[in-house]
Ligand binder design. Structure first.
Ligand SMILES: NC(=O)c1ccc(NCc2ccccc2)nc1
Length: 246
């Protein structure tokens, strides 16, 4: 997969793309991240990339032309067509489902706004999708872009060791993750639940599923409302609820 990022802070994006799993995906040729700086496409003597908003109001907006020329350069850097995704608080909320869809594409172009955003005419003409990483305002879209790069990069086949496999990820099935334990068995902070040391893999799977269902019910009932539970899941959750409310 190739990701081109339009950003006034290429070093930030490059550094975040060199770390950990995403860095490994890069080394393995599973993912390529390239940065393009609109300032390199500003034609005036002051290399301006922003200007004041019509109608007044605080802050500055990114100008159309440097972004447009920069996007054109990014597009033609590779043959594959790519959706232009603009990171903005006005975008569709990013979910693991969306991440899986993006991870399956051959190419993405991520557009990072700074200041108060970009001229709407550029959005209307060049942006295919707006994506939000959460309901808050950041000083720029770069942190959102880094989140997309990480979430998509770790799903690239071969990016994770089998032990880190993404298939057991929380949110993979729309639920929160179960609790996890490692050595020592006995600790002043508590003891590892018996079932996890039983070697009974069916019981362990059931326990983990019940914990995921229970925690989702307790912490994120909104997620639970969105999925239809099997009879077995309903029974597990019912038992969790009874135990919790007892
Ligand atoms: N919640 C997000 O994903 C997000 C994305 C970008 C951002 N800041 C840059 C910007 C500000 C206003 C309009 C467009 C972009 N803040 C938050």
């Amino acid at each position: 997969m190739r990701i081109d990022v339009v950003t006034l802070f290429p070093d930030f994006i490059r550094q975040s793309a060199e770390l950990g799993v995403v860095g490994r995906a890069g080394e393995r040729g599973l993912m390529q991240v390239a940065c393009w700086n609109p300032r390199d496409y500003a034609t005036d003597n002051y290399r301006r990339v922003d200007d004041r908003p019509f109608g007044g109001g605080p802050g500055m907006l990114m100008l159309i032309d440097p972004l447009r020329a920069c996007l054109a350069a990014a597009r033609q850097a590779a043959p594959e067509p790519a959706p232009v995704i603009y990171l903005s608080p006005q975008g569709e909320r990013l979910t693991q489902r969306k991440v899986r869809q993006l991870a399956a594409l051959p190419r993405l172009i991520l557009l990072c706004g700074r200041y108060e955003g970009i001229d709407e005419r550029l959005v209307a003409s060049e942006v295919d999708e707006e994506l939000s990483v959460g309901d808050y305002v950041l000083s720029g879209g770069e942190l959102g872009a880094a989140i997309v790069i990480d979430a998509v990069g770790r799903l690239q086949e071969g990016a994770l060791h089998h032990a880190e496999s993404a298939t057991q990820d929380s949110f993979e099935d729309g639920l929160l993750d179960c609790p996890h334990y490692t050595r020592p068995v006995e600790h002043e902070l508590g003891t590892v639940p018996e079932v996890l040391r039983s070697g009974d893999h069916a019981a362990i799977a059931r326990w983990r599923r019940q914990q995921a269902l229970g925690r989702t019910w307790l912490r994120r009932p909104d997620l639970l409302a969105r999925i239809s539970l099997s009879k077995a899941d309903q029974a597990l959750l019912e038992a969790f609820r009874r135990d919790w409310l007892a």
